[in-house]
Structures are given as C-alpha cells and as structure tokens.
Design a protein around this ligand. Structure first.
Ligand code: NAD
Length: 554
C-alpha cells in the first residue's frame, strides 16, 4: 500500500550498456551493482532496501543510497569511497590500483556482538545488517546460490548411492531469496521436493521466476502430488503455504515417505522466523513490539521444527543444516539434540573448499543475455575436461531465468578463476562482448569466512572460530587490485556468529584490468587453499604443491 511505502523509496534499476556516467568502470560497476541489488526483480523487499536473507540490506537508508550513487558518479579514478554499514562516510585519494570502494558492514566488538545490541544501534541509525552479498553489492538473485545447492543435492544423491535424486522426496522450509533455489536444485537433480513457506507471495514469486513448479495452501494435496512424483521417479517441486514448525512435525507424525530433509527459513535472525501462534499479518508488529518475547517464541518453534528434523533422521532420512544456524537457535529454544545432524559444509562442501573452489560469479553490465551465453561457451572451452562444470552450464543455460542484470554462477577453484577472468577481459577488449563484465563471488567461499556453524564447522584442527583468515583475505584482495572489497560480520548465521569478506573486480577490457584480474582471481581462492593447508587438509596440501602456492611452513 502506498501509505506503507517508506520515505524516499522508489523503483531502482541499473543502467545497461557500454556508456558510463561515472569516471571509471570501477565506480560505474559499483553503482550499477548497488542498483541491481535493489532492482525489484532481484531484491526480496526493495522498498525497505532489503535484498535477501531476512533483513540483509544494500544501503542504510534511502538518503544514504542517494549519497552513495552521487559520490560514485563524482569519484575520481584515483579515489576510494569508504562505506560504513551502508552509509558513505569518506572519500580518500589513493591510486588507480586501489579499490574504488571499501565497505565494512555490521561489525561489532566481541562482547557487544549480540542481536539485541545490534538492534539498539540500528535503531539509533548507526549500523545496518549487510548479510553477505546484500551490503557488498554482488547479489545476483536466487541463481547466486543455485549451483551450490544443485551440487549439494548431487552430493546427497551420491551419499545415498544413487545416480540422481529420481525416486526420492526432499522436504525443506523457506522459499525466499536463497531458499528459493532449493526446489529448482532438487528438480535439476531429477527429484521430488516439498517446500514450506509461511509467505504465499514468496511461493508465487518462485513460480513466476521458474524456480518452483507449483504451490498450494492445501497440505494434503501437496503431499499427494510429491508422493506420486516420487513413486513415478519424476522431477517435481511443490510449495505449500504453512509454518515449518507445524508442517514438519505433522509430516513426521503421518509417516510421509521423506528421504532428505533440510531447511532454509531465515532462522539466523529470530525476528525473521515466524513462530507458531503468530499470524503472518501480525509478524512485523509483534516482532517490533516485543523483540525479546518474540525471540523466545521463535526459538521454541525452531526447537519443534528441528526436533522433527532429528525425528526424520532417526527414521532413516538424510538430514542436514543448510547454513541458517537453525540448530543453535533450536538449542537455545530448549531442544538438546539439535546438533544431531551435520551442517552442509562439513557434510558435502569442504573437499571443494580445499581446492579453493567456491561460488565464482559474473555479471554482464551491458544487460545483454547474449554476453552471458558467450561467456558460458568460453568457460566450457577453457575447462574441456570438467564434466560437472559442463553439465551445470548446460542446465543453467536452459533452466535459469535471469533476475536483474544477466549473470552466471559457476564454482571454480585456485588457478582456474583467473583464466576465466582474463578470457572475459579479452572478450570485452575485442568487442566480442557488448560491455564490461563484473566478476565477484559470495562471501561463502573457501578462504573468506569464519563461521563455526557453517563454513568453518568442524575444521580438522579445531580452528572453527579463528577469524584472522577473512581479515587477511580482505587485506590481500585490497592489495591485489580488486575494484571493491568488503568486510562483514553476522552474515548467513546471524550476529555474533561469523566474520567474512568479499571482493569484486571489473573486466573493462583494459591492460590494467587484466593485471588486476590475474592477481585478484589467483590470490583470492589461493587464501582458501592456504587456510585449508593450515588446518591440515591433505587435498589442500596436494593442490598447493601441484599448483605452486607458496606456503612457508608446508
Ligand atoms: P529470506 O528472508 O529471503 O527468506 C526466508 C523465508 O523463510 C521467507 O520467505 C519467510 O517467509 C520464510 N519463513 C520464515 N519463518 C518461517 C516458518 N516458521 N515457516 C516457514 N517459512 C518461514 O532469506 P534467504 O535469503 O532465503 O535465506 C534463508 C536463510 O539461509 C537465511 O538464514 C540465510 O542467512 C541462509 N543462507 C544460507 C546460504 C547457504 O549457502 N546455505 C546462503 C545464503 C543465506
């Protein structure tokens, strides 16, 4: 409703094409990517500057947004803009190799790093929750997590000794910005999936964007559809409107034949998880009227939700946490077996991290989908032996609907990413592509994050909570020539539970860009290999030796 629109809110869409209004492509790219994060096709709640992940924002306020855009347009090619939790706070003279933007979001000193203190400071207008790629301007819509989710479900199939998920039924919760990738990731693996979300508008959106086949408010009808699909070995995704804390226990009680269970509700923030007994329409008002009381209720519901997940595991299902800290919240809600099932990183992803592999992504600033088709072909040609990569690129080209600027996600590792980046830069220089390419990644990467309930859960040497690694990653990317670098706290799993860094580098076709790309896209995944060598992973040691990474004490 118009009356509810916050002051200053407007519809944002990034400019397309090869003409820029900023004085460098570094500044122009940062501006377009900030705008793209807030494009209504991309952001979950753009009117509130919320991009994804509960309340992950791109700028602190609409005033701050305007000031960032204005400053980026005026920024000289040898200046750097500093952004403090979504607000532009200073411009400094640096040099052409330096990032055009340096961003620090949501950071708090250890003893103060709690949600209540964060909210108190946010209320005072002093900070903002940046999630991972929301406040660092490299969110690319639901596709951003799709390949990771697709590969995770492929690994689940292998762990069940199956060639695919055909003939299995997956149950999950949360169909928001990231969770919305789950239904398509399961059907890309040929499985059947039921996804529960309290917000019907999120299910509608996923159907519109091709991530979900269908949805209903009728649980019996939804179950009948997915159980039939499982029996027929068909790929089908069905959404059901409901509260996961009620639906999961109900399906367990009924003995529904579910093989795989996970969840991606926004459990990392108890105010972004709807407790049983609070009506959907009353959610925001109830959370702001009594955040502490709401938190207690949300955690009680998460305890019931996770107890059902453990119940499915006891009954023989494959169950894993999908990176939203729901186990810890359920434990705080009084359920003491919450950690009975593993997180997805130690269960399925860590071997990839040991090779520096992670969610590498790129965006065509031209706005032309044909540019992404050309880069897809270039990447396939660069890595002719990588069957999994080819399978992904084929499926993505056919099944992924672009949200905002055309983009591609593709997990590549150490000594691979820079080859792709340099190739893209050549294609920009030769005119084969119709505009520059922005190259970045999620903060969920091999060397850029400390997060003991997610990326660094159960490290071999017990170094889960050591947060020097993401700081070193950010410093190195700054020193290597990235176009913008960010250092955040609290993404994915919530305040107090993670520290992580991001980098984005622009391929504008110049020789200088090639120099920067060669360094950043080698060094950035290199820190992932280094981190896993240090923790004692044999695969990381092999990769370091084979691919020439210098680790003084290896
Ligand atoms: P989002 O806020 O866009 O979506 C969350 C969804 O959960 C919403 O649609 C909401 O309606 C729904 N929800 C809330 N309470 C519910 C309940 N009780 N029952 C059913 N549905 C409920 O968030 P997102 O971007 O989709 O992220 C989801 C979670 O995953 C977050 O905690 C985020 O930090 C985490 N995350 C994980 C990864 C990963 O790689 N595994 C990556 C990014 C984010």
């Amino acid at each position: 409703a118009a009356a509810a629109t916050p002051p200053g809110a407007r519809t944002v869409r990034a400019a397309r094409g090869a003409e820029r209004t900023a004085k460098s492509w570094g500044a122009e790219a940062a501006k377009r990517m900030l705008m793209n994060n807030l494009d209504p096709e991309v952001a979950e709640h753009p009117e509130d500057l919320v991009v994804y992940g509960g309340t992950g924002k791109a700028a602190r306020s609409w005033e701050a947004y305007d000031a960032i855009v204005r400053t980026l347009d005026e920024l000289e090619p040898d200046e750097t803009l500093l952004v403090q939790s979504g607000k532009p706070v200073g411009v400094f003279r640096t040099h052409e190799w330096a990032p055009r933007v340096l961003i620090a979001n949501s950071n708090l000193v250890g003893d103060w790093a709690t949600w209540p203190e964060f909210r108190r400071l946010e209320e005072l207008g002093l900070t903002m929750y940046g999630q991972m790629t929301a406040g660092s301007w490299i969110y690319i819509g639901t596709q951003g997590i799709l390949q990771g989710t697709y590969e995770t479900f492929a690994a689940v199939a292998r762990s069940l000794d199956r060639a695919s998920l055909a003939g299995t039924l997956t149950l999950t919760g949360g169909c928001g910005g990231m969770g919305g990738a789950q239904p398509l990731a399961v059907t890309m693996n040929d499985g059947a999936v039921l996804v529960v979300d309290v917000d019907e508008s999120r299910l509608t959106r996923r159907v519109e964007h091709g991530y979900l086949d269908e949805y209903t408010a009728d649980l019996d009808a939804a179950v009948a559809r997915v159980v039939a699909a499982k029996a027929a070995g068909e790929a089908l995704s069905v959404g059901v409107v409901g509260n996961a804390a009620e639906v999961f226990p109900e399906l367990l009680r009924r003995g529904t034949p579910i093989d795989i269970v996970t969840d991606q509700t926004s459990a990392h923030d108890p105010l972004a998880y709807l407790p049983v007994g609070v009506a959907f329409e009353d959610w925001k008002a109830a959370a702001s009227a009594d955040p502490e009381g709401f938190t207690v209720r949300a955690r009680e519901s998460m305890a019931a939700h996770v107890a059902a997940m453990v119940g499915f595991q006891d009954a023989g299902a494959a169950v894993f946490d999908y990176g939203n800290s729901i186990r810890r919240e359920a434990e705080l809600g009084g359920f003491d077996r919450a950690f009975a099932f593993p997180g997805f990183v130690p269960a399925y992803i860590r071997p990839l991290f040991a090779e520096g592999k992670g969610p590498f992504r790129w965006v065509a600033l031209s706005g032309d989908p044909e540019d992404i088709a050309k880069t897809d072909r270039a990447v396939a040609e660069l890595f002719p032996e990588d069957a999994a990569l080819h399978r992904w690129l084929d499926k993505a080209a056919r099944q992924v609907h672009f949200e905002g600027l055309p983009a591609r996600i593709c997990w590549l590792g150490y000594q691979e990413r820079h080859l792709a980046g340099l190739k893209f830069n050549e294609m920009v220089a030769s005119g084969e592509l119709s505009g520059p390419i922005v190259i970045g990644r999620d903060h969920l990467d091999s060397g850029s994050v400390a997060s003991p309930y997610r990326e660094t859960e159960a490290m071999a040497d017990g170094s889960d909570a050591i947060a020097d690694w993401p700081l070193l990653n950010a410093l190195l990317n700054t020193a290597s020539g990235a176009s913008w670098v960010s250092l955040h706290h609290g993404g994915g799993v919530g305040i107090g539970r993670s520290i992580h860094a991001g980098q984005v580098t622009v391929a504008d076709g110049t020789a200088l860009a090639a120099e920067k790309i060669a360094r950043v896209l080698t060094n950035d995944p290199g820190t992932g290999v280094m981190r896993h060598v240090d923790a004692g992973y044999e695969r990381a040691k092999e990769v370091a030796r084979e691919r020439g990474l210098k680790v003084p004490m290896l």
